[in-house]
Every structure is written in structure tokens, then in C-alpha cells.
Design a protein around this ligand. Structure first.
Ligand code: SIN
Length: 279
């Protein structure tokens, strides 16, 4: 397995491996170590079926829970992210977020496999939240340390959210409901359970407030943090090819599906791995 960094800080291409077969223990260890170091791995030139995609995921952990989106028939843990060439309307994932951060135990990682990739465009961008945390002043770190972000799916999947109403023109079956209005609090600063590194755990899609602050105070601090988190210095970008399998660590990165490929079809398989309560 060859590891080639994508930037000076995080993200790596992985080549010279085949994850369609069961990996040996030493290969899994190597992959886990690369994941802990780089947070985003783009494993190139794979040839996966839905079964081998699931089998690979299960070597890394258990599946997470997937709300609001109808999974592939017979595969309750796999989503088909499909955008037809002539499809308009909001693009799934096109806003900075960490997957399902509104859950009690948001997924540790997401696996996304490129089935049909536009000739150009449709990249996924990532921003590393440990770097975002490290770059804050000591004063700001102290202010944020005891605070909790309020996370909710309401802006996306609530009745008046982006995907709140059924739309038969959409290729993906996304069904929002009232449960999206629920909220969960998670520490604004979380510590990665495996690496011990601290990161900012907020995102502009799902973080709607700060438990300990008034609305106006929280809005001001969150807008600063959202802007800070997407500083170009903290980002990397995965350029997809058919057969690329990208995995990212939701505990320390946010991601963004770039909406720039109208006129071309894009189809991906996606699964999440179960995570833990953020601490
Ligand atoms: C997602 O947010 O999981 C989708 C990312 C993508 O389609 O690039």
C-alpha cells in the first residue's frame, strides 16, 4: 500500500492495494494508521460491488444509523447518492458539514465509492478541524472549552428544511420529518478517541446554537467559527475517478459536495461507520 499526501497537512491518496478482498491484519493496521494520520484517504483504482463495499466497511467497524434517506433495496446500510445529468434543485451534501452530527453518537467515518463520475467536477472538499482548533488563540480556546454546540437536522430534513418535502424529480428518495426538529448538545471542542487530538466540532448545516449562550451571542461566535473552519489553509479536495473509495473521519473533518457538474451524471455508494458520544 502506497500513501501519497494530498496536502502538507492532511488527506492522502492510497494506491497499490485491493480492498475488494479481506485485508490481512497488518494491512488493516497500516490503513488504520494512515487514517489516523491523514483523516481523509482516497483509495484509488478499486473494483467494488455493493457486497464487497459492505464487506470492506465491516472490517473497519459496525455500520452507523442512516436517517431520512431510503437505502438501496436489500442493503439497509448503503445509500446510493445519485444525481442525473439534467437534475436541478439542492445537491445532497453541498454545504460544510460533519455527517449526522445531530445524532447522539454521530458516525466515526463515512465511506464513499465512485460508481459513475463526471468527466470534470463533482469533487468533494474537506476541512480539517484539528488544524482549525490549533489555529485559535489561547483566549478563544479557553472560552470555547466548556461550551456545547446545539445540533439539529431541522435546516435540512425538518418540514421546512432544504429536503423537508418529497420531490419526485429528485433521484434520491429523501424523506424529512418532524424528528428532524430534535436537538442534541455536543462539546464544541472534542477529543479524538484514538489520537487524543482536539478539534472544533461544529458545522454550519447542523449546528444551530450554543447551549450555554443567548441566541445572539451564539450566532456571533458560530459565524466567526464557521468562517474560520473553512479557511483554505485547512482544506484539501478529492478529485474522483470511477473506482475511487474515499473514507473520512467525521470526528475531525467537515466535507462539502461541490455542485459544479450540471449536464453530467454522478453516482456513488455511501455507508457510515458507527461512532461514539463526542467527548
Ligand atoms: C456527503 O455529504 O456525504 C456527500 C459527499 C459527496 O457527494 O461528495
Amino acid at each position: 500500500m502506497k500513501v501519497t499526501p494530498l496536502t502538507g497537512k492532511f488527506g492522502a491518496d492510497i494506491t497499490d492495494t485491493d480492498v475488494s478482498r479481506p485485508l490481512r491484519e497488518n494491512e488493516l493496521t497500516e490503513l488504520r494508521e494512515a487514517f489516523a494520520e491523514y483523516s481523509v484517504l482516497a483509495i484509488r483504482e478499486q473494483n467494488l460491488t455493493i457486497d464487497s463495499f459492505e464487506a470492506f466497511a465491516l472490517q473497519l467497524g459496525n455500520f452507523g444509523e442512516t436517517p431520512f434517506i431510503t437505502p438501496v433495496d436489500g442493503h439497509p446500510n448503503v445509500l446510493r447518492l445519485l444525481r442525473e445529468a439534467d437534475e436541478a434543485g439542492p445537491l445532497f451534501g453541498s454545504g460544510w458539514h460533519s455527517d449526522w452530527s445531530f445524532q447522539d453518537q454521530p458516525p466515526s467515518a463515512t465511506l464513499l465509492y465512485g460508481v459513475d463520475i463526471p468527466p470534470a467536477g463533482g469533487d468533494t472538499a474537506f476541512t480539517q478541524q484539528e488544524q482549525a482548533y490549533d489555529a485559535l488563540s489561547e483566549g478563544m480556546k479557553e472560552l470555547l472549552e466548556p461550551l456545547h454546540g446545539v445540533h439539529s437536522a431541522r435546516r435540512s430534513y425538518g418540514p421546512s428544511g432544504t429536503f423537508g418535502q418529497r420531490d419526485d424529480r429528485r433521484s434520491m428518495e429523501i424523506i424529512g420529518d418532524e424528528s428532524a426538529l430534535e436537538t442534541r448538545s455536543h462539546p464544541l471542542i472534542r477529543t479524538h478517541p484514538e489520537t487524543g487530538r482536539k478539534s472544533l466540532f461544529i458545522n454550519e448545516v447542523y449546528t444551530i446554537g450554543i447551549t450555554e449562550l443567548h441566541h445572539a451571542e451564539a450566532s456571533a461566535i458560530l459565524s466567526f467559527l464557521f468562517e474560520h473552519c473553512r479557511r483554505i489553509d485547512f482544506t484539501c479536495r478529492v478529485r474522483w475517478q470511477q473506482g475511487t473509495l474515499t473514507m473520512w473521519d467525521n470526528r475531525c473533518v467537515q466535507h462539502y459536495a461541490i455542485d459544479d457538474y450540471f449536464g453530467h451524471r454522478r453516482e456513488m455508494m455511501r455507508a457510515t461507520l458507527a461512532g461514539e458520544t463526542p467527548q
